[in-house]
Ligand binder design. Structure first.
Ligand code: ATP
Ligand code: MG
Length: 723
C-alpha cells in the first residue's frame, strides 16, 4: 500500500487550492465555480489533516451530498493516507445523523433499533391516515399532503407549530394528518428522512452534554455542496462546530438547485456574516471542460441577475463546438442521440461509460432506453427505477425490518398476506379495531386472536400460521449470519415457493432480484464484519437514487439533471431542450424558480469534459395527442459561435392520434439503416436489409431472414438492431 507524502499531495494542487487545503484552523469558505477542484481540495485537506497535522482520523467529519460521492471520497482519501482513512466519518448528512441517533435516540423516547421509512413507506402511511380520517382524497391527494408536510419539516416547523399556521381548509387538513403521522411514526419506532436531521438537532439542543461530546469528538468539520444545505443541516453544522470553529464549507452559489427541498442559498452567501473571522478562498481555474464548453457555461450563468460574478478559465484546448439538434419529432431526437453515441463508439476514442444523457424529469427516460436497447448499446438508469424500490425487494426487506422491530406496523401490514395466505382486509380491520380498543400494537393483537371479536376460526388459524413463521424466524435473528437469515426468510415465509408456483417470466425475474438482494447482503457482510441486521437495513434505507451507478461497468448513464450534480463525463447529452420541459412548465411562472432552472442548466453543461450535445423536438406525442413546443429559451443563452446547428434529415416521423404524418423521405431513424446492412431481430434472428420504403403508417424496412424469408416491418416498432 503506497500512501502519498505531503509533498506529493501538495504538488497535485494549484497555489489557491493548496492554501485552502492547508488552512486547518478556523472557519474556511471555498466559493468557486464548477470543475475548479472544490471536491478535490476537500479530499486533500482531509488527507493532509491526518498526514501532516497528525489529527486523529476519528475526529474528522466530511459531509458529501450523496452516498455515491461519499464512497468516491473515501476511496480517494484511502489512496492518499492508507488504512487510517477507515475511521474518518465520510458520509451524507442523513447517514451521519442516523449513526448519531443509533446511540442517542432513546433520549427522545424512541426504543432501540428504530427503523427508517423511505418515501414509499411515508406515502403508504399518509394514505392510510387520510383514509382513516375519512378525508376526501380527490380534494386532498395524499401526495400533495405529503409534500406540504415535507415542506414544513424542511422549515423545521413541527406538527404543533403547524397548527398555529392554519389559514384555510387545506392547511387544516394537513395539520391533522401531520400530527397523526408523527404520532404513528413514533408508535412504530420509525423515522422518516427529515426526522433523522430534526431529531439530531433536537438531541443537541436539549442535551448540552451530548452536544459537547460530539463537539469534542469532531475537531474538524468539512462540508461539500454547501449551497444545497437546508435549515436543519445548517443548524447541525453550526451546533457541531460552535466550540472549535474548525469548519470548512465548499460550494458554488451558481449550482444551488434544491430550493424545492428547502435548500437555502443564504447559508453559503452569508457564511462570512456567521463567521466574521473566516478565510475565503476562490478558485477560478477549471480543470474539467474544454474552452468552448466553459465559455458556454459562463454565458449561461451570466444571465442570472444579481449573482456574485465569477469567471472561470481553463488551459484546456478550445475543443469541439456544442452540437445542437432541434428535431422535428421526439423519435427523431432519440434516434439522433443513439446514432451519435454509436458513431463515437465506433471511432474508438470513447467507451460506453464515457456517455451520459441528462433529462429534466425521470419520465423522459423511457424512449431513450428503448432506442439504446434497439441499438444494442448498454445503458444504466440512475433513479426512476431503483433496485430497492422493486416490490419483491421491498417485501423481503419488510420481513427483515419487522423481525428487528415488532412495533413496525407498516412492514407488518406489507408482509402479513405476502405471499398470499388468505388474510384479507376484513380480518385486518377486526384486528386493527381490537388493537386500538386495547391500546396495543398489531403484533400484540396477533398473539391474542382468541379475544378479537368477529374473527372466525379459519381467520384465527391463518393468523396463527403467520405468527408461527415470524416466531420461528425471530429465533434465528441472533443465530444466523445475515445471508442465511435472508434465505430463511425467503424459504419459510413461502415467498420463493409462491414465485416458483406462479412460474411466469415475471416471477422468474422477481426471484432473480431476490438473488441479487442476497448478493448485496453477502457483499455487505464481507465488507462490514461484525455488523448486524440493523446496520444492513440502515445502509439500505439510505441508499440514495444515485447509488446504483457503478463506474466500473461499461454503460451509457441516463439520469436527471439533479442527480448529475458533482459528477463529470467526457460526452454529455442534455435532451428535451424545449420550453415547458426544460425550463419546466411549473417553474416558468416565477422569476426565482426560473433562476433555479437556469442554474440547473449550468450544472448540466458543466458536467461535460469534451463534448456537449443539446437537443429538443418540435413535436412530441403526449398522452396520445400531439404537442408542439418552441425550443428552450436556454439555447439563446449560448452564443452561436460556440454552436454547430445539426440539420434534420428528411421530415418528421410523427404520430397524430395514432396516425403517422409526414410522408416522403425517411426520418432520422430510417437514415440509420441502409440496404445491405446486417441486422438482428428479436424473434426472427439475423437478416439483411433488402429495401427501405414508406407507407401511410410510416417508414418501413424489408429484411431477408434466412430462417423466415423476407419480411416487411414498420421501422418504428420492429425490434431490430444493427449487427
Ligand atoms: P463541481 O462544482 O462540479 O462539484 P468541483 O469544483 O468539485 O466541481 P472537482 O470535481 O474537484 O471540481 O474537480 C474537477 C476535475 O478537475 C476533476 O477531474 C479533478 O480531478 C480535476 N482537478 C482539479 N484540480 C486539479 C489540479 N490542480 N490538477 C489536476 N486536475 C485537477
Ligand atoms: Mg464537487
Amino acid at each position: 500500500m503506497s500512501v502519498k507524502s505531503e509533498k506529493a499531495m501538495l504538488k497535485e494542487l494549484n497555489p489557491e487550492q493548496r492554501e485552502a487545503a492547508l488552512y486547518f484552523d478556523g472557519p474556511l469558505l471555498i466559493l468557486a465555480g464548477a470543475g475548479s477542484g472544490k471536491t478535490r481540495v476537500l479530499t486533500y485537506r482531509v488527507a493532509l489533516l491526518v498526514a501532516s497535522r497528525g489529527v486523529d482520523p476519528a475526529r474528522i467529519l466530511a459531509i458529501t451530498f450523496t452516498n455515491k460521492a461519499a464512497e468516491e471520497m473515501r476511496g480517494r482519501i484511502y489512496r492518499l493516507v492508507g488504512p487510517r482513512a477507515g475511521s474518518i466519518w465520510v458520509s451524507t448528512f442523513h447517514s451521519a445523523c442516523s449513526r448519531i441517533l443509533r446511540r442517542e435516540a432513546e433520549r427522545l423516547g424512541y426504543r432501540k433499533g428504530f427503523v427508517i421509512y423511505d418515501d414509499d413507506d411515508q406515502l403508504r402511511m399518509i394514505n392510510r391516515i387520510i383514509k382513516d380520517m375519512e378525508i376526501d382524497t380527490k380534494r386532498y391527494p395524499p401526495r400533495l399532503v405529503r409534500s406540504l408536510i415535507n415542506d414544513a419539516k424542511n422549515e423545521m416547523i413541527d406538527a404543533d407549530s403547524y397548527r398555529d399556521r392554519i389559514e384555510d381548509e387545506l392547511t387544516e387538513v394537513v395539520s391533522g394528518v401531520y400530527k397523526a403521522y408523527q404520532a404513528q411514526l413514533f408508535r412504530n419506532n420509525a423515522m422518516d428522512f427529515d426526522d433523522l436531521l430534526l431529531n439530531t438537532v433536537a438531541v443537541f439542543e436539549l442535551y448540552g452534554p451530548v452536544l459537547e461530546h460530539y463537539q469534542e469528538r469532531f475537531s474538524h468539520i468539512n462540508v461539500d455542496e454547501y449551497q444545497d444545505t437546508n435549515l436543519a443541516q445548517y443548524r447541525l453544522v453550526k451546533l457541531l462546530s460552535a466550540g472549535h470553529r474548525n469548519l470548512c464549507v465548499v460550494g458554488d452559489d451558481d449550482q444551488g438547485i434544491y430550493s424545492w427541498r428547502g435548500a437555502d442559498l443564504r447559508n453559503i452567501l452569508e457564511f462570512e456574516k456567521d463567521y466574521p473571522e473566516s478565510r475565503v478562498v476562490r478558485l477560478e481555474r477549471n480543470y474539467r471542460s474544454t474552452r468552448v464548453i466553459l465559455e458556454a457555461a459562463n454565458n449561461v450563468v451570466s444571465h442570472i441577475p444579481g449573482r456574485k460574478e465569477k469567471r472561470l478559465w481553463t488551459e484546456r484546448e478550445e475543443g469541439e463546438p456544442i452540437r445542437y439538434f432541434f428535431a422535428n419529432s421526439g423519435s427523431d431526437e432519440t434516434a439522433y442521440v443513439a446514432l451519435e453515441v454509436s458513431r463515437l463508439l465506433e471511432g474508438g476514442e470513447y467507451g460506453q461509460r464515457d456517455f451520459a444523457v441528462f433529462y429534466r424529469t425521470n419520465a423522459q427516460s423511457r424512449p431513450f432506453e428503448e432506442i439504446l436497447l434497439r441499438f444494442g448499446i448498454p445503458y444504466k438508469i440512475v433513479g426512476g427505477f431503483k433496485f430497492y424500490e422493486r416490490k419483491e425487494v421491498k417485501d423481503a426487506l419488510a420481513y427483515l425490518k419487522f423481525l428487528l422491530n415488532p412495533d413496525d406496523t407498516v412492514s407488518l401490514r406489507r408482509i402479513i398476506n405476502e405471499p398470499k395466505r388468505g388474510i384479507g382486509e376484513t380480518t385486518l380491520a377486526h384486528l386493527d379495531a381490537f388493537a386500538r380498543s386495547q391500546g396495543v400494537g398489531m403484533w400484540e393483537a396477533l398473539q391474542r386472536t382468541g379475544e378479537v371479536p368477529n374473527l372466525g376460526s379459519a381467520a384465527c388459524r391463518k393468523l396463527a400460521g403467520f405468527v408461527e413463521i415470524i416466531n420461528g424466524l425471530s429465533a434465528e435473528v441472533e443465530r444466523l449470519p445475515l445471508p442465511e437469515l435472508l434465505q430463511a426468510v425467503l424459504d419459510r415465509s413461502g415467498y420463493l415457493e409462491a414465485l416458483e408456483r406462479e412460474g411466469t417470466f415475471e416471477a422468474e425475474g422477481r426471484a432473480e432480484n431476490l438473488q441479487e438482494l442476497k448478493n448485496a447482503v453477502v457483499e455487505f457482510s464481507a465488507s462490514n464484519p461484525g455488523e448486524g441486521l440493523d446496520a444492513f437495513l440502515e445502509r439500505v434505507s439510505l441508499v440514495a437514487e444515485i447509488d446504483l451507478y457503478d463506474e466500473e461497468e461499461g454503460a451509457v448513464t441516463l439520469m436527471t439533471l439533479h442527480n448529475a450534480k458533482g459528477l463529470e463525463f467526457p460526452v454529455v447529452f442534455i435532451v428535451g431542450m424545449e420550453d415547458g420541459i426544460f425550463p419546466h412548465m411549473r417553474c416558468m411562472g416565477s422569476a426565482e424558480s426560473m433562476e433555479e432552472e437556469r442554474r440547473l442548466f449550468y450544472v448540466g453543461v458543466t458536467r461535460a469534459k469534451d463534448r456537449l450535445y443539446l437537443s429538443g423536438a418540435a413535436y412530441r406525442s403526449q398522452y396520445g395527442s400531439l404537442k408542439m413546443s418552441p425550443e428552450s429559451r436556454f439555447i439563446r443563452d449560448i452564443p452561436r459561435k460556440y454552436m454547430e446547428f445539426v440539420k434534420q434529415e428528411g421530415p418528421a416521423t410523427i404520430e397524430v392520434s395514432g396516425e403517422r404524418v409526414g410522408l416522403g423521405e425517411p426520418g432520422v431513424l430510417a437514415a440509420a439503416f441502409q440496404v445491405g446492412d446486417s441486422v438482428v431481430h428479436d424473434k426472427f434472428g439475423e437478416g439483411v436489409v433488402t429495401a427501405l420504403s414508406r407507407s401511410r403508417s410510416g417508414p418501413e424496412i424489408t429484411i431477408n431472414f434466412p430462417a423466415f424469408g423476407e419480411k416487411l416491418l414498420l421501422l418504428e416498432y420492429a425490434p431490430i438492431r444493427k449487427k
